[in-house]
Design a protein around this ligand. Structure first.
Ligand SMILES: [Cu+2]
Length: 214
């Protein structure tokens, strides 16, 4: 590549970074309470959507105090997830989901099997020994995603301007909430969603067991 071409490429790269926007999501339930553990994503609708840096860095879902941590993990399709057992006892980790079926029977402390999530979809993971243990891996085809925090806030960074379908997935939604949005180069207004959540059907564990969740 000539020096001039290289300079032009660098210039274009800097320009595309400069015009990329951060898109904030603000999620509440029907009573106005913030919704954590939701996966938000932006699916490009333009025919020639600009390529974005894909994030396939390795991800962990550990077992600690007879819980999976984290509860919800969004990943780009093709990501490897390891499942380290950092507990003092054996688990039996499994998924029956279409997007990825797997099973680690007799899963002893110190083991750390890996799974490549190579198909899009939601994968529910359980433990045959401890019925309350549950985790979700949300496998996405777009690298533009984030997970909401305790304030119901999620930020997707480095979004090239364009036309997108904004999607929100949460374990207590019957189906993802979606909306078409146009992202401009300047700071867009936050995308506010009111989510019709179902009851939380997770099994609540006694506090003295040391586990549980809010
Ligand atoms: Cu278990």
């Amino acid at each position: 590549m000539s020096r001039l071409a290289a300079l032009v490429c660098l210039g274009l790269l800097a320009w595309s970074r400069a015009v990329a926007a951060s898109v904030d999501f603000k999620l509440v339930d029907a009573r106005g309470h913030p919704v954590p553990d939701a996966v938000v994503s932006l699916v490009p609708l333009d025919p020639a959507a600009p390529a974005t840096a894909a994030s396939r860095r390795p991800v962990e879902i550990e077992q600690v105090k007879q819980e999976f941590l984290p509860y919800v993990t969004p990943v780009l399709v093709g990501t490897t997830v390891s499942f380290p057992n950092r507990d003092t006892e054996q688990h039996h980790v499994y998924s029956l989901s279409d997007a990825k079926k797997f099973e680690f029977p007799l899963y002893k402390p110190g083991m750390a099997e890996k799974v490549v999530f190579d198909r899009p979809g939601v994968v529910a993971i359980g433990c045959n020994v401890h019925d309350w243990m549950i985790a979700y891996v949300v496998v996405l085809e777009t690298p533009l995603f984030a997970k909401s925090d305790d304030d119901g806030a999620a930020r997707v960074a480095d979004v090239p301007p364009g036309h997108y379908r904004a999607e929100v997935w949460q374990p207590r939604l019957d189906k993802p909430a979606t909306r078409e949005v146009t992202i401009a180069a300047d700071s867009p207004a936050p995308l506010a969603f009111t989510l019709p959540l179902k009851r939380d059907l997770r099994i609540h564990r006694p506090v003295e067991s040391g586990g549980g969740y809010k």
